[in-house]
Write a protein that binds this ligand. Structure first.
Ligand code: FE2
Length: 383
């Protein structure tokens, strides 16, 4: 969901279902996000030239991988992998047929992939890949995967004994002449859209299977417009490095953005990825110049902005030119903006966020954002 989640960098440690304060799934952060796409070479071009990421590794027929090609892109700590099948018999081809281009794997870096797989599967996670060791001249990596919502998986990546560019079978790319950096630093949060009345089921999954804590929740009273509504709960792991807001649709007069997503993605999946920058004005200017399209925010949003958020460092006229939103809580303020869906299906989009003290998302922007999305839904004939 758009902006409807409070984030704190340090999640409170609560007792696990076993009654222990020990984090049974310590996460070092997001290792990578893997997208399954119809044409990885062209998708990678977009993310390099428009989003500003650098090609750092490649795997394909030339490296001995004969059934797929994968491009690993990086900027700051954000690492995306774009993979495409080379033959129709691949399960990857089925994923693309069903969902269009989208996120398949949210990979989490861990110290011990075997233990992560064991602790989560014994709490009820469905195994997708048992712990598997791969190695090359740069060392050893252990990978294991469990199922999450829809066809999305979580892959545990243990790379403490590996010094290569990405994973064994990938060849390093040292210089990317195409990349045009935009100042993106790390993933702030990744949002799931799940089906009607499924939010609590997935909240329970993250709590009991992965040891996450509930951060904050929003109901249809917080996130609704004249036409539609959604509900959202934010789950965060123990150290707060990984945050997953989970949205479900709520009853409204018309079809909500979550329903539109579910229709076009054919089920639950990743709705948006929020990427942090420390200079949102420059990041957004650069991205816009490089072809990224953002949601339009009406002039009226800015007329009373100063009185709502108080003194801020950025000139309001510049924020308005770029369409950047601002919200304040008692700890500070934050700036955010949302891209239009980055594919033809109205599914995945990105958020660019800069935090200046604020650890929450506030509610001030929900209505304006929701209405901006609805204008686009209307234009697509889906509202
Ligand atoms: Fe967000």
């Amino acid at each position: 969901m758009v902006a409807a989640h409070a984030i704190s960098p340090v999640a409170p440690v609560t007792k696990s279902p076993q009654g222990s304060d020990v984090d049974f799934l310590p996460l070092l952060g997001t290792d990578y996000v893997e997208f399954y796409v119809g044409n990885a070479r062209q998708a990678a071009y977009f993310y390099r030239v428009a989003m500003g990421m650098s090609l750092v590794a490649y795997s394909g027929p030339e490296t001995g991988q004969h059934d797929q090609a994968s491009y690993v892109l990086q900027q700051g700590k954000v690492r995306f992998v774009f993979s495409t099948p080379l033959r129709n018999s691949s399960p990857m081809a089925w994923h693309i047929h069903r969902h269009g281009d989208g996120v398949h794997a949210i990979a989490l870096q861990v110290d011990d992939a075997r233990k992560s797989w064991f602790e989560t599967t014994r709490r009820g996670a469905k195994s997708v890949m048992e712990p598997t060791t791969c190695s090359d001249e740069n060392g050893v990596v252990v990978l294991a995967s469990i199922a999450a919502y829809g066809d999305t998986v979580h892959t545990f990546v243990e790379r403490k004994n590996y010094s290569g560019a990405f994973l064994p079978s990938y060849k390093a790319v040292n210089i990317d002449p195409l990349a045009r950096p935009t100042g993106l630093q790390h993933i702030d949060h990744m949002v799931a859209n799940v089906g009607w009345h499924e939010m609590d089921r997935w909240v329970d999954f993250y709590a009991s299977v992965m040891g996450f804590n509930l951060y904050q929740h929003f109901d249809e009273k917080d996130i609704s417009t004249e036409y539609s509504a959604l509900m959202s709960k934010v789950m965060a792991n123990h150290n707060g490095y990984v945050k997953f807001p989970i949205n479900e649709p709520a009853e409204g007069r018309k079809k909500s953005q979550v329903e539109e997503y579910l229709d076009f993605y054919n089920g639950p999946g990743v709705q948006h990825i929020a990427l942090a920058t420390c200079d949102i004005l420059n990041t957004v200017k650069t991205m816009r110049n490089q072809g990224i399209e953002f949601l339009h925010v009406p002039h009226t949003y800015y007329t009373d902005l100063q009185s709502r958020v108080g003194k801020i460092d950025e000139p309001i006229s510049e924020l308005e030119d770029l369409g950047i939103l601002v919200d304040r809580d008692d700890e500070g303020y934050m700036l955010q903006i949302f891209t239009r869906p980055v594919e033809d299906r109205p599914t995945l989009f990105f958020e660019i966020i800069q935090r200046k003290g604020s650890r929450s998302f506030g509610k001030g922007n929900f209505k304006a954002l929701f209405e901006a999305i609805e204008r686009e839904q209307m234009a697509r004939g889906n509202l």
